[in-house]
Write a protein that binds this ligand. Structure first.
Ligand code: G3P
Ligand code: MG
Length: 405
């Protein structure tokens, strides 16, 4: 089903097409690889498994390294995916490393975000889970790590790790797996208990001397209560969770920067209706902040992730370098232009994928599918209208290849 819009004018009609695939709601839903994803990949690779065109996988999920996600995608899709083809919501946060490598950074989010942050080069990172363990009375209802693993989410949490996907925000274990099971939880014995809390400085951050100055929300937090409480404390205590707002103001402490990796309100797993994403957490936190500070907003709030420009600019660089490595014929273009007939951004979420591609300009072509967040009515979204609207990712690839022939 094509939208009523006519064919687009290709910015560089003799160039090859390139592709940027969203993951959740396009290639997978929860634990299931969608059949159209396998079909689409076949159309883009040779029988020997070589890519015919440049391809990136660009998701607002994360919680694993780009290398690990590439391995997962290779297994799920049966094609060789390299780490250089993967853009996770937090991948553009690498750009902050030159400024923040030595600074104390508080990290929030499920999955293996602490390891991911370290792999990027952030050297002084503290997870909200560790902060809660160090200050047990600060988030008294936080369920772990103070409780035994496996008791915190009740019996609804699937217990079995799976090689199949569950969501882009996982390390390949069950969704919302306990940190202990995922190997990421600090042991309570080394981080104190409710009776004997250990000071935050024991965690390697002398916070009074060098307060946290940046919060990175790298994936959807696993405990919204704990993280909304602790992030509010850090934001209003000017980076020192134990300091009162008044003393922070008196000390003239600089405001803390709050950076979210993903503004998605919704995303699609196998549940019939879309689920809350990190953007919903952000709204909740900022709403509480506003209510408690007479309508104020934290000084520095930034969102990475689609539809913001950072992942699109990174994708352009990666696609160009892939095209060169593949030895494709690339027409001469003016400086600042890209030699592609189109960069087809295939996504299911109009507010993220379609808006992002439409704003990215140049050769970007938004392609909306109906296998995830967008369910109609009608073939296209009225608010964020895609250049092409089709049923699924296999049809999206067909449309792109047809229009560039
Ligand atoms: O948590 C993941 C979600 O917000 C979006 O993932 O792959 O649809 O961009 P994706
Ligand atoms: Mg999606």
């Amino acid at each position: 089903t094509f939208s009523s819009k006519p064919l687009w004018a290709s910015p560089c009609p003799h160039g090859p097409p390139a592709f940027a695939f969203d993951i959740d709601g396009v290639l997978v839903r929860g634990k299931h690889v969608l059949p159209w994803a396998l079909e689409a990949m076949k159309k883009l690779t040779t029988p020997g498994g070589q890519w015919r065109y440049p391809v990136v996988f660009m998701t607002n999920g994360g919680g694993v390294t780009e290398g690990r996600k590439a391995e997962q995608l290779s297994n799920w899709l049966g094609v060789p995916v390299a780490p250089e083809q993967v853009i996770l919501a937090h991948t553009p946060m690498r750009d902050l490393v030159p400024e923040l490598a030595q600074r104390p950074v508080l990290v929030s989010g499920r999955g293996d975000v602490l390891q991911v942050a370290r792999s990027y080069g952030f050297q002084r990172v503290l997870h909200t889970r560790e902060l809660a363990a160090a200050l047990p009375t600060a988030a008294p209802f936080a369920k772990y790590p103070l409780q035994a693993a496996g008791t915190e989410r009740g019996s609804s949490t699937p217990a079995v790790a799976s090689a199949a996907p569950d969501a882009s925000d996982t390390a390949g274990t069950a969704p919302f797996a306990s940190p202990a099971r995922a190997g990421a939880a600090p042991a309570p014995a080394t981080h104190g208990s409710a009776a004997h809390p250990c000071p935050v400085r024991d965690l390697g951050l002398a916070t009074e001397a060098a307060p946290i100055d940046t919060i990175l929300v790298m994936t959807d937090p696993d405990d919204w209560y704990r993280d909304s409480q602790l992030l509010y404390d850090v934001l209003t205590g000017a980076g020192v969770p134990t300091r009162s707002p008044a003393s922070a103001a008196a000390a003239g402490a600089p405001p803390v920067k709050l950076i979210f990796s993903n503004p998605d309100l919704l995303w699609a797993n196998e549940f019939p209706r879309s689920r809350f994403g990190q953007g919903a957490f952000a709204h909740m936190l900022l709403s509480i902040y506003s209510r408690l500070t007479a309508g104020a907003r934290p000084h520095h709030v930034t969102y990475y992730g689609k539809p913001n420009p950072q992942p699109y600019r990174l994708a352009e660089r990666l696609l160009l370098s892939q095209a060169q490595q593949l030895g494709l014929h690339l027409p001469q273009v003016a400086p600042g232009e890209l030699p592609f007939s189109g960069i087809y951004a295939v996504g299911d979420n109009p507010a993220a994928d379609v808006r992002g591609a439409n704003q990215a300009g140049g050769p970007w072509v938004s392609v909306l599918v109906r296998t995830g967040v967008f369910q109609g009515p009608g073939p296209n979204c009225d608010v964020d209208t895609a250049r092409v609207a089709v049923d699924d990712v296999a049809a999206a690839v067909d449309a792109a290849l047809h229009h560039t022939r």
